[in-house]
Design a protein around this ligand. Sequence first.
Ligand SMILES: Nc1ncnc2c1ncn2[C@@H]1O[C@H](COP(=O)(O)OP(=O)(O)OP(=O)(O)O)[C@@H](O)[C@H]1O
Ligand SMILES: [Mg+2]
Length: 366
Amino acid sequence: MTTQIDAEAALRPHAEHAFADELAALAAADDRPRPERWRLSPWAIAMYLLGGVLDDGTVISPKYVGPRRIVEVAVSTLATDRALLLLGVPGTAKTWVSEHLAAAVSGDSTLLVQGTAGTPEEAIRYGWNYAELLAHGPSRDALVPSPVMRSMAEGMTARVEELTRIPADVQDTLITILSEKTLPIPELGAEVQAVRGFNLIATANDRDRGVNDLSSALRRRFNTVVLPLPATAEAEVEIVSRRVDQIGRSLQLPELPDGVDEIRRVVQVFRELRDGVTHDGRTKLKSPSGTLSTAEAISVVTGGLALAAHFGDGVLRAGDVAAGILGSVVRDPAADKVVWQEYLETVVRERDGWKDFYRACREVSE
Ligand SMILES: Nc1ncnc2c1ncn2[C@@H]1O[C@H](COP(=O)(O)OP(=O)(O)OP(=O)(O)O)[C@@H](O)[C@H]1O
Ligand SMILES: [Mg+2]
């Protein structure tokens, strides 16, 4: 059962609600052929993800910042009989892209199975309403369809998050679904056949490799698209600024004047530590154990904005982001602390115009 709430009041509205205006404008302008049951043509979906301007002047905001080709391959895969696997290190927008693709293709991003070590087969196939089952025996009325079964029946896009965390035998349930496009219900001597429009997007984290590797039989049913880390510091600053702005608005944080200089600094620190070398290439650095992903940079800046807005002087300053950075960098209290101290003393301290940042970091590092 879903409880409908006012989309405006949702703390985190689904993509199809948050960007309903853009999706409607695209649908109205889109005169290219659409695969059966798709809300938009592949061309319009690529524009929805990458951003652009329609003939009538409507601006479509970019959701994904990265190579156009990646988006084109992802969208066109969904129009074939192979499913889509988005792979990448943490924080590379796998979940984000999957949600927006489902919203653009099917108008519904909520047909979702969250993969965990405890995900049972029923979460992918179907379960039973036990009261109904005991009272009347197995019947269609007693059957509780999974999101995947519903997508098959309705020709929609299903999503499976963190596929490689799901135990291997449960993962294998997907093989019949993806190759035969059918889901047998032996208890009823019946099956659900996928109708045109059905496809599936899975995400998996690179770091989980080896936890529950995909079987080669399952892997063959997927077209794999690897999402990279942002190629340049400017691209990463753009991603962080854009998302922080959106999140700030949905959290109703007071508006702050431009914090882009501080955002640039956060991104530079993250990139230098992640790459193990300063941006001028001169000083080699040790990398901390955490991933320092773009997603974490977004949280650090959002946290900083809340501090600045509620307790600061209304400008995002070094002191507002220092604690957040420290929390992201120092995951392992012993080893990472050494890495961080070394970075502070050898790089940050000597850098022109970074005195405020050095002082703020020293204050929280004590
Ligand atoms: N290239 C990018 N373009 C746009 N947004 C990005 C990009 N990279 C990261 N983000 C932002 O980072 C945030 C986190 O992304 P998301 O949760 O989708 O990552 P993920 O790859 O699923 O990570 P995990 O492996 O931890 O599940 C999102 O808010 C997303 O907007
Ligand atoms: Mg994810």
